[in-house]
Design a protein around this ligand. Structure first.
Ligand SMILES: C[S@@+](CC[C@H](N)C(=O)[O-])C[C@H]1O[C@@H](n2cnc3c(N)ncnc32)[C@H](O)[C@@H]1O
Length: 248
């Protein structure tokens, strides 16, 4: 199961991600006026709440979903510690059960790469479109084809974190256009022995142009794409591309 054991060290692995920059970047597209926090936000694949929680602290009304109970329980714990009222739900974003409509929908840090099939992705985008209010915006990012193939593919990472040591092996399949990630964790137990835990993740490598035309076909009035937290267009070797899709 994905994001089960990994939930324990996820925040550590993300320590060098500057979420504050991500939030400032997102806010740029929300057209937020000073004092106007009525923006209702749905965050999909929220993980341990690294976006939802600081945005909740700023006063936004947040609903956040993820399919991993372990990631959500970290998020809920952090929200409780800050006495924050964020609605966290365990749901699969391919089968969303939500009654509300939102001004903003977010799916950040690879959520979309976990949708492995183009038809599932089309249905997902349609659902997001239907959950957005008129004038709303859907913001997501992808790890690029280039990153999955050239940077992650064929590479192994690892770290000794003290009581947990992990190995993260990546294999890119050019036929399937997917990267398979094999994660192995060793954790010392109270007897000084090491328990071994395994997780297997798959991410799909999408080309940004194909996503752009899919989003336009679905009905988004504008689809803008940006290179890694900038306002510049994507490059051949961008590692991450942000999509800002508006519903008229
Ligand atoms: C790399 S983490 C990103 C977490 C968070 N957005 C962040 O920025 O730190 C990817 C998250 O996507 C979630 N996820 C993957 N597929 C999902 C699906 N079909 N439905 C809901 N959540 C999903 C995983 O459980 C995981 O928490």
């Amino acid at each position: 199961m994905e994001y089960a054991y990994l939930a324990r060290i996820y925040d550590h692995l993300m320590e060098d991600v500057n979420y504050e920059n991500w939030i400032n970047y997102i806010e740029h597209f929300l057209g937020k006026k000073e004092g106007d926090m009525k923006n209702q936000i749905l965050e999909l694949a929220c993980g341990t709440g690294n976006i939802s929680i600081p945005m909740g602290r700023k006063g936004y009304e947040i609903t956040a979903i993820d399919r991993s109970v372990d990631m959500l329980s970290q998020a809920q714990q952090k929200a409780n510690d800050l006495d924050l009222n964020i609605q966290f739900y365990q749901q699969d974003m391919l089968n969303l059960q939500l009654q509300e409509r939102y001004n903003t929908i977010l799916c950040l840090c690879d959520g979309v790469n976990y949708i492995l099939d183009l038809e599932d992705l089309r249905i997902f985008f349609l659902k997001v479109y239907s959950l957005l209010r008129e004038g709303g915006v859907f913001i997501f990012d992808i790890s690029t084809y280039y990153k999955l193939k050239e940077i992650l593919g064929g590479n192994t990472y690892g770290e000794d974190l003290g009581n947990i040591t992990y190995l993260w092996e990546n294999y890119f399949s050019p036929e399937e256009e997917k990267v398979e990630m094999d994660l192995t964790f060793f954790q010392e137990n109270k007897h000084g022995l090491y328990e071994k835990h395994k997780e297997f993740h798959i991410q799909k490598a999408y080309r940004h142009q194909e996503l752009c035309s899919l989003l336009k076909k679905i009905g988004f009035s504008t689809v803008d794409m940006y290179h890694e937290l900038s306002f510049n267009p994507p490059k051949e070797d961008s590692h991450r591309i942000f999509f800002v899709c508006r519903k008229q």
